[in-house]
Write a protein that binds this ligand. Structure first.
Ligand SMILES: [Zn+2]
Length: 411
């Protein structure tokens, strides 16, 4: 803080009065900078609907809290006709959230700053232990090591798991591919490990595809969508999420959008849910490798093997046919969802993103042909845009209290 004026301390009454007026705007202002919607102080002023003086005091306060950076010299934005304005950006050396993700083949820890920026990351591959406390202990330890190495302040921790997470208890209901007991209290276990590692701040846990959708809505391919539908594979299985007006639609107890159990193939294989031909078992990486006649190897994840197959062997008729088969099944599922939810954008992640990239026209045609109003409308279908979007989303959970009240950021 040395050499920098603290607007709470000594700039006189006028500035303090302006800030009092703008206090309620601190959270909205931080969110605007965080999501890239206020690149300059002029845009911030307009978006907040306050006076220039108030917006200036708000920006200065967020800068004093170490959250954003206000460019000292106003500059004209490229191509803009308006008067020059101070550029706003998230603080490069500001605090971070500890983000953790568990998937069928291991885990990943990361530190994520404002703006969804991954500051540091540490992958860990291990057979995920049947005791959630063991793997959660490992991932938290990896995150704690990143915090020690970087010396960053930490606002809290978020965890992404490949399971529906029941609220309000934070129970992982169906961690099928992890061999965890159904109903494991993952949020409480994660919170205990975070506290045991000496990390301050609250701890959160949620489903990985929900978190991916949240991150994409704030920082990626979902920006600006009002009714955003996200469908994605993890390393195994299929998940879905819906972001309505900027908020995750999680249903009454956190379990909405279990799109994996939409039936897309009446003659399909039996699903662990008791039904047959579900999206979950018909369009995930294992289904793809099987359809292509490939024996899954143990070297890398099934998801990576699927990516490699599409990228390197698409000329092989068996691979191409498998791709088309999965696109048709996925398209059938998406059409059903479009009919029910009427989204204004669909984003696809994991293997589904690779299927879209392989043949976007085919997928769009299947969806349009089977959705009731698809012929006239046509919902945009886009690939997810962020690397590690579930991790970034997990960090969003930990950032939310600071976004709601920036004055509460740890000093
Ligand atoms: Zn099922």
């Amino acid at each position: 803080m040395s050499g920098k004026a603290d607007p709470r301390a000594g700039e006189g009454t006028t500035s303090r009065t302006r800030l009092d007026r703008g206090r309620g705007a601190l959270g909205p202002a931080l969110e605007l900078v965080h999501t890239g919607r206020a690149p300059t102080r002029a845009v911030l002023t307009a978006e907040l609907g306050v006076t220039r003086a108030t917006a200036g005091a708000v920006a200065a306060e967020l800068e004093a809290l170490g959250l954003i950076r206000v460019d000292a010299r106003p500059g004209a934005a490229a191509g803009s006709q308006g008067r020059p304005s101070h550029r706003l950006s998230v603080a490069e050396d500001g605090p971070v959230a500890l983000a953790a993700q568990i998937h069928a083949d291991g885990f990943r820890a990361a530190l994520v700053g404002l703006g969804g920026r991954i500051v540091a990351t540490a992958p860990g591959c291990e057979v995920v232990d049947a005791d959630p406390a063991k793997v959660l202990g490992s991932v938290v330890e990896a995150g704690a090591e990143l915090l020690r190495q970087t010396g960053r302040r930490c606002v809290g921790a978020g965890l992404a798991v490949p399971s529906a997470v029941a609220e309000p208890e934070g129970l992982a209901l169906n961690p099928l591919h992890l061999a965890w007991p159904a109903g494991a209290p993952v949020r409480e276990i994660f919170a205990q490990q975070v506290r045991a590692a000496g990390i301050e701040g609250p701890a959160f846990a949620a489903n990985d595809v929900n978190l991916a959708a949240l991150a994409e809505h704030r920082h990626g391919a979902g920006r600006g969508a009002r009714d955003l539908l996200c469908v994605a594979t993890g390393h195994r299985g299929v998940g879905g999420a819906l972001v309505l007006d900027g908020r995750l639609h999680t249903g009454s107890s956190g379990l909405a959008l279990e799109v994996g159990h939409l039936a897309v193939n009446p003659e399909g294989r039996p699903c662990h849910c008791g039904s047959r031909g579900c999206l979950d078992v018909e369009t995930d990486p294992l289904a793809f490798l099987t359809a292509a006649g490939r024996e899954p190897g143990p070297e890398v994840s099934l998801l990576q093997q699927s990516y490699d197959l599409i990228r390197e062997q698409y000329a092989d008729p068996a691979v191409r046919t498998a791709t088309e088969t999965l696109i048709d099944r996925l398209g059938r599922g998406l059409a059903g969802l479009v009919n029910i939810l009427n989204p204004d954008r669909i984003i696809l992640g994991g293997l589904h993103r690779a299927l879209l990239d392989a043949d976007p026209e085919r997928l769009r045609a299947v969806v349009a042909g089977r959705s009731l109003w698809g012929q006239s409308g046509g919902v945009p279908i886009l690939p997810c845009g962020l690397d590690h979007n579930s991790l970034v989303g997990a960090a969003e959970l930990a950032w939310q209290p600071v976004l709601d009240d920036p004055l509460g950021v740890p000093a």
